[in-house]
Design a protein around this ligand. Sequence first.
Ligand SMILES: Cc1cc2nc3c(=O)[nH]c(=O)nc-3n(C[C@H](O)[C@H](O)[C@H](O)COP(=O)(O)O)c2cc1C
Length: 185
Amino acid sequence: MNAIEALVTRKSVARLTEPAPGSEDLEIMMKAAIRAPDHCRLRPWRFLVVEGAAREKLGEIFMEALKLRDPEAGDPLLQKEKNKPLRAPMVIVVIAKVEEHPKVPAVEQILSAGAAAQNMMLAAHALGYGGIWRSGKPCFDPNVKRALGAREVDQIVGFLYLGTAERPPILSDESPDEYVEMWNG
Ligand SMILES: Cc1cc2nc3c(=O)[nH]c(=O)nc-3n(C[C@H](O)[C@H](O)[C@H](O)COP(=O)(O)O)c2cc1C
């Protein structure tokens, strides 16, 4: 698939199954990720690849964090939280590592990590995989961050769920026109 085709046909896929990207494809996705634009070359990102049984450990982290956020949460909610990472054979956690910098504010570093995440998603799509970028409360939960080795200042920009689409997604033919204007001052 060429680059333009990948860009204009990407669509999120929530129902994912095996196979997940293999090691060669994963390497291509990571190479694409680190091509993201990055002001002052801070490389403000960390990617945690979570597969197999490790997804259960991630689910435990989600569940324990929910217990602390909401001590009233009952078993069904806790189980649901625990099972979230099992919705795909692979989950990649994208973390923005935010540093104090005289020229590069935190928002730019988070944008760079977001661009890396999207490069990864597009590469996965071009390689024939499906995926969906998810966030939710775990993204912003200090206990989840700590358990994943991120600091308070860092930002989890997303949990990228990856695998193979159970069925091909249907593309809408939305036009960009309503978002675009030629600005002449
Ligand atoms: C930063 C970010 C966080 C997101 N978090 C979630 C999420 O937690 N759950 C979800 O269903 N979709 C989430 N989405 C939206 C999906 O990734 C996806 O864009 C949406 O389902 C629309 O599908 P499309 O990408 O094919 O247009 C998020 C998107 C972004 C950019």
